[in-house]
Write a protein that binds this ligand. Sequence first.
Ligand code: NAD
Length: 444
Amino acid sequence: MKHIAVVGVGYVGLVTGTCLADLGNQVVCLDIITERIENLKKGILPIYEPGLEEMVRRNVKAGRLAFTTNYTEAINGGEGSEPAEFVFIAVGTPSAVDGAADLEYVRAAAESIAAVMDHPLIVINKSTVPVGTGDWVADSVKAKQKKPIPISVVSNPEFLREGSAVHDFMNPDRVVFGSLDPEASHKVAQLYLPLRTTLMTTDLRTAEMIKYASNAFLATKISFINEIANICEALGADVKEVAVGMGYDKRIGRAFLDAGLGYGGSCFPKDVLALAHMAAVKGRHPQLLQAVMDINADQRKSILSKTRNLLGGDLKGKTIGLLGLAFKPNTDDMRDAPSIDIARWLIEQGARVKGYDPVSMTAAGSLMPPDVKFVEDPYELAADCDAIILVTEWNEFKQLDFDRIRQSMKTPVLIDGRNLYDPEKMRASGFTYRGMGRGYNERS
Ligand SMILES: NC(=O)c1ccc[n+]([C@@H]2O[C@H](COP(=O)([O-])OP(=O)(O)OC[C@H]3O[C@@H](n4cnc5c(N)ncnc54)[C@H](O)[C@@H]3O)[C@@H](O)[C@H]2O)c1
């Protein structure tokens, strides 16, 4: 059993801390948001993540998982907890104005650790940070220490997906460790041995780059298939079948070839932007990354003209229902969710917008334009709508009572932003249906 502190209790920190506790370690999770920690002590989670609540409860009960706002207690130990040997940093790294990753929270966390540490530590960077940050974290901890105490920094990027984060943490394709101190890397790798997966050790900067390159590649696959979707739409082919046909090829694979409204969320947009920024700062021309971002922005925007065309060329006075608001299913994360832009654009064009999501309505409340009307279920959403746009492909939207939906709409227009539905079935049910790149323009 190892003693671990996790700094930052968001999607990554809470999952990391809880899973490490579940693997038998003693974990203290720390955040600066007092309310978040008080709620966690009562078993109330700040995020929606399948399976996590039960796991938190079980590990708290077993005495392996605790929550605090106190750095001294988390790192040096306190009532009922031993000093930590490992400190994971899992704070946010949002985009700064210029597109670089904003390291304000990482800096604050590193300095707070430095200010209290009274014994040698291995600091592990789980946050996605620009290449070179690991060196910088070590320097800023050393600079803020009251007296020199040994510290090693290991980069251990996280690859989990929101919505299946617990499963992903426990069943990784690989775990990457980067450090200038091989012994520290080796010690951190030991924490992951029970997962029986590929453990890859490298230098610090390479580990940091592996994370950016991985996210950029996945975002590229999404933009690639969206570009193909646009061409399919023009030529009358169905991109969904095209992706299946491509995916049988093992060199290509089926994953991340779903045409739709493009990527959003807290990672891909900021990570592709940050990588392009890092390249540009060094005088490189990240043309592919730029195209990936442009295609993604265009794809999101394309839903507007699609809706307008289907509603006679004018959105003024029209009521549009957004089915699903979270940036993807099985999460309540609304960061950079396409629904926010789409609602704003529709309202700018004079439409009234209603929204429904199974879990993200609370999170959406403060991020969506104030004019959006939130409703309780898909049927209330459909009432008097001129069109419904499926924005998030939640499972529960697959089997709706479409007769009921169609009957309560003003005009039965269904725009399927995620290609969730069968176009033929939807047409047979009486909808005017449009997907993304499904080649139906010429047929209806
Ligand atoms: N969300 C994902 O799916 C995902 C996946 C892989 C990697 N990442 C990366 O992991 C990092 C964290 O992402 P997230 O989505 O978990 O962020 P988040 O915003 O959900 O959580 C960050 C937490 O850190 C806390 N925090 C900020 N400053 C702090 C400080 N000085 N001391 C203690 N706590 C502090 C915040 O209060 C918040 O609770 C980011 O770099 C992100 O790019 C995220």
